[in-house]
Write a protein of this length. Sequence first.
Length: 484
Amino acid sequence: PRPSPSPLTLAAAAGAAAGTAGVIAYAAIKAATDRQQSVYSNGEVSPALQATGAPHEFDRTTAGNRASKQGVVASWTRPVVIASKGLEELAATLRKRLGSEEFPEAAGPTLSVEYFTSKDPNMKFNWQRVVGRKIIFLFDTVDQSKLFEQLSLLQALQGFAVPDGGDKESKWKTYVDQGKYSWGRASHITVVLPWYRPCQMERTSRWSLSDGKWTNGDPQGQWLDVPTAQYLARLLSTPGSVPPLPGPHESLDGMPLNPLWRPPLELLFVELHEERPISHSVSDLGATIRMERFVPYFLDKFKARKEYAGTAKTFVLFPDHGAYVRYVDSVVNRLKLDADHILYIKKSRVGEKTEIEQNLFYETGEEDAEGNKKGGQKKAFNAGDDVLIIDDFTNSGGTLFGAVNLAKGMCPDSSGLRVTIFVSHLVAAYDPGVVENLKKKLHALGSQTRFVTTNTIPVTTDLLKNDPQCQVVDVSDFIAELVH
């Protein structure tokens, strides 16, 4: 005969149908069974814990404390998507893709951010909607005035005190000292960074002052860059707080209090400019780092268009060799193009200036006797050819439009050459004026030239909507596939 199901199994089954109420019901039963492993509300350690000789103090280290697997509740509940105002439109679409719970306006928001008269943030979150749940946090790095608010919320999701209702009589002032509170956490947190604003500040240079101007050409320079891309990643990866002493009397999510269980934390970067320095910079903090390229996903969509010209007439052009190295394998795998259809432009730096060679090059994948890459030059295009120019981001579009003009100059009938520019992130200095200037340059190239980007930076890409030569690709489906 089969054994009878445990109370936990029954609670899990009921919770799957009951949504948030089921999470709390399950956690209450689990907490009761684990109570002997916890710290009592009066500050004493339970007899079971005393027998182990374990210290009363909560372990503040990350190693061995941050879990590698999500909490039990997350396996049968749908994820909760949270975002700051700048990414709320993307978050709304992602919720639909993931089938997340929708709450009526009368039920109040999951996250509320208001401001005191001093302009300091006054933040609240609905703990019942996040406890024990898988959280997808769309993190906005564009609006830097919101960084502190988002980092604070990220800390709260990793561990928060819920005062007992009876402490209302003291205006919530005594629950900590008396241990009259419960401890809640998310079950798993994925921080999605659609665009990582400090991505180009991943390393440092030596600088000197010469006649009041900065130069990095002096090997004895006494100033250093602060590599903010690394340090923001570390702030994002910082583990949550420990419970205040003497400690909570129960766990709301059914996970251990002592040793303190911390939810897994994952940082998911979309099309990050430089991956390795960022990944290594947080290797001691126990967070999982995922670097996901959007370009392969876009190439599949590009090839699926009814206007796709086929392998014989399609060419992919990169504005520099770095982009070529970054994406050439994706182009080969997704579009199956021959080597002489995958092109790049050579750049060279002379002093403080960058010079662009007005030729298009390709590599065959072979090496000569000295170990140099074999290759050749593309001399001309024909009417009916289709050129796809790819880069990860752009500020002014100048390099990309220069590549368009170079390609058009190699076609006897330039009006017959179709060109698509694709960038994963439209930075445009976060300036509407720059976006408008980019559109003017695009229109001057004629209707056969299109500009395609994604909605990772809504402050710029919202300005492209309704332009007949522009397309903004929604990344919600892409993100949904990654976090589902």
